[in-house]
Design a protein around this ligand. Structure first.
Ligand SMILES: *Cc1c(COP(=O)(O)O)cnc(C)c1O
Length: 336
């Protein structure tokens, strides 16, 4: 199958499978797993934090961050399109009694600093306590400018807010700008990074923060059932995600650009090419195209997409330039 639905579908590499088979392990809840400990130490060091925590998912890493920064009755400011507002089942509210304060995302993915400032609540018993600003980079495949991150950090600092990054795809943001991941993470008090997307690990995310935050997060992780035992089997693959898979993302970005250009030659789709900055293409489906039926036909040809009025197509390690040509050819054949 040529699977454009997400970069989460990437399979672990051969090197990852080998590393998993031979990983040295222990009981990580006791802190005894050397492979997990090495991964956490390496991630903390590379991205410029005191501590790191290996988590089963990005959703859990974000939830741990929110619950570790905020108390019951606090709020976090985030985008309307933020994963940790829109796509995580309301976990912060359900499990943390933390209120989101979502604000509009601009076309480039940012939230206007003026709107953030206006949303920070004064100290007044009518209001939840605004505790945290949460940004996402990349967001919808778009890269937030470095200057914007610096300004957001200053704003947060001036208003005594902590600042979190949902950096599920922060590696894509770094590669797209040809900078180190640490140049992005430097602006944040905490960062979550998915290793199981474009970076090809089978399972796992990393949460970064200072000792106190990671200590709290470790406690919440256990409570939420995320304390894993011989997790070094997973951490072995996750380590290779960090060391071996980041540079390769440039290929995914080139392929996404190529895919966008090819799609925009077809009458049935529109693509805003300047917004294709990393590994995601959003194709707007023109009126009169039965996208559901097209998706079904493509599936019979071994191609998977998520149909909708906008189709999100994601490039990744298991999609080649030839696969994209096959996809475009099949669309032309089916729409003829
Ligand atoms: C995928 C994703 C997550 C959550 O990761 P899971 O491992 O799927 O729980 C969080 N934030 C963003 C921006 C994501 O794309």
């Amino acid at each position: 199958m040529i699977d454009f639905r997400s970069d989460t579908v990437t399979m672990p590499t051969e090197a990852m499978r080998k590393a998993m088979a031979t990983a040295e392990v222990g009981d990580d809840v006791y802190g005894d797993d050397p492979t997990v400990n090495r991964l956490e130490a390496m991630a903390a060091e590379m991205y410029g934090f005191d501590g790191a925590l290996f988590t089963p998912s990005g959703t859990q890493a974000n939830l741990l961050a929110l619950m570790s920064h905020c108390e019951r009755g606090d709020e976090y400011i985030c985008g309307q399109q933020a994963h940790n507002y829109k796509f995580e089942g309301g976990g912060a509210a359900v499990l943390g009694s933390i209120q989101p304060q979502p604000l509009n995302n601009q076309a480039d993915g940012s939230i206007l600093l003026s709107e953030i400032k206006a949303a920070i609540k004064p100290d007044d018993i009518h209001f939840a306590k605004t505790r945290l600003l949460s940004l996402e980079n990349t967001i919808g495949g778009k890269v937030l400018p470095q200057e914007y991150l610096a300004q957001a950090q200053t704003l947060a600092f001036d208003h005594k807010l902590k600042i979190h990054l949902d950096g599920a795809r922060v590696a894509n943001a770094a590669v797209a700008q040809n900078i180190a991941i640490s140049e992005i993470t430097q602006y944040f008090d905490s960062v979550s990074i998915c290793l199981s997307k474009g970076l090809c690990a089978p399972v796992g995310s990393i949460l970064l923060g200072d000792e106190r935050l990671i200590g709290k997060a470790r406690r919440w992780r256990k409570m939420l059932g995320g304390g894993m035992r011989q997790a070094g089997i997973l951490a072995a693959a996750a380590s290779l995600a960090i060391t071996d898979q980041v540079e390769r993302l440039a290929v995914d970005h080139d392929n996404a650009r190529y895919l966008a250009e090819q799609l925009s030659t077809l009458a049935e789709f529109r693509v805003d090419i300047p917004l294709v900055q990393t590994n995601m293409v959003f194709a707007y489906v023109n009126d009169g195209v039965d996208i559901g039926s097209l998706a079904m036909k493509l599936k019979q040809s071994g191609i998977l997409i998520s149909p909708g009025s906008t189709v999100r197509l994601v490039t990744h390690a298991d999609i080649s330039r030839a696969d994209i040509n096959t996809f475009i050819g099949e669309i032309k054949r089916h729409l003829k």
